[in-house]
Design a protein around this ligand. Structure first.
Ligand SMILES: C[S@@+](CC[C@H](N)C(=O)[O-])C[C@H]1O[C@@H](n2cnc3c(N)ncnc32)[C@H](O)[C@@H]1O
Length: 257
């Protein structure tokens, strides 16, 4: 086994995270650059150090998880959800069950809550928001954002749901209450079920083809009949019928029975 393979095995034993389910070239490049920056000549000595120093481990996990996000990321796609798909889902039932998977800093679940708030009472809304990274979930729960993260938020929603506390924007408690944040590893934890909408964007690109296929199968099982999966703008599913999905719009898939 190579130095890197032994390292991935050790990381799996220590954290439960299987780095082999992420595309190797990218992951190895990212982790090697961090290792070099920290002054370790190989992964063996790097592991010995991070096994003893929680800060080093936490930095490694940060590096592997890439937390970039923003509200209404790729806003044209979100408009499809807002104007076409959500109203259709709401015709059938008002208390939709929604999961924002790999939610990072929370921009995505908060976007969904603001959108739904235009159609239904916010008290009726429960969105499960999950990520593998506990630190990022803590930040998400605080709901504090830079101007940049909000650049696509329509101005009336920005005025309604954010308070400006120089130099940041803080999200309203009513929106926060609609979200339940929880740690969840898409590659190893059991999947919750009975969802009408699953939003999972800009994480599947990091996974191997086999890992992706397994995630699609599990999402399909987690969706109710006619439930919708919304993926990122580079994450089109090839042969969606393999997972009981039909395409209902670009980057939106509907569960068919
Ligand atoms: C680039 S962000 C995407 C955030 C958001 N979905 C968006 O599109 O703006 C990727 C997120 O995936 C999370 N992640 C990486 N591997 C994961 C896994 N195995 N299970 C759950 N989340 C994971 C990272 O922690 C990170 O927050």
């Amino acid at each position: 086994m190579s130095d890197y393979q032994v390292f991935t095995q050790q990381i799996k034993e220590k954290t439960g995270i299987d780095l082999n389910l992420y595309k190797e070239v990218q992951m190895k490049r990212r982790l090697t650059s961090l290792r070099d920056k920290k002054g370790f000549k190989d992964f063996k000595s790097y592991f010995v150090a991070l096994d003893q120093e929680p800060d080093l481990l936490s930095e490694l996990l940060d590096k592997m998880t890439i937390n970039v996000s923003e509200f209404y990321r790729n806003s044209v796609r979100w408009q499809v959800l807002e104007k076409k798909l959500l109203p259709n889902l709401l015709k059938k039932k008002k208390n939709l069950k929604i999961w924002s998977a790999a939610c990072s800093t929370g921009d995505e679940p908060y976007t969904i809550a603001m959108m739904l708030g235009q159609y239904v009472d916010l008290n009726q809304i429960t969105i499960l928001a999950t990520d593998i990274d506990e630190n990022i979930l803590q930040r998400a729960q605080q709901g504090i954002y830079t101007e940049r993260a909000l650049k696509e938020v329509p101005s009336e929603l920005k005025d309604k749901y954010f308070t400006y506390e120089n130099p940041h924007y803080v999200i309203d408690e009513k929106i926060k209450k609609a979200i339940t944040f929880k740690k969840h590893n898409l590659l190893s934890d059991p999947y919750p079920s009975n969802f009408d909408l699953i939003v999972c964007r800009n994480v599947l690109i990091y996974f191997t083809e086999e890992a992706k296929a397994s995630v699609y199968h599990k999402f399909s099982q987690s969706l109710n009949s006619e439930g919708i999966l919304f993926v990122g703008s580079t994450e089109q599913i090839f042969s969606p019928e393999k997972y009981q999905f039909s395409v209902i719009d670009t980057f939106f898939y509907q569960k068919i029975d």
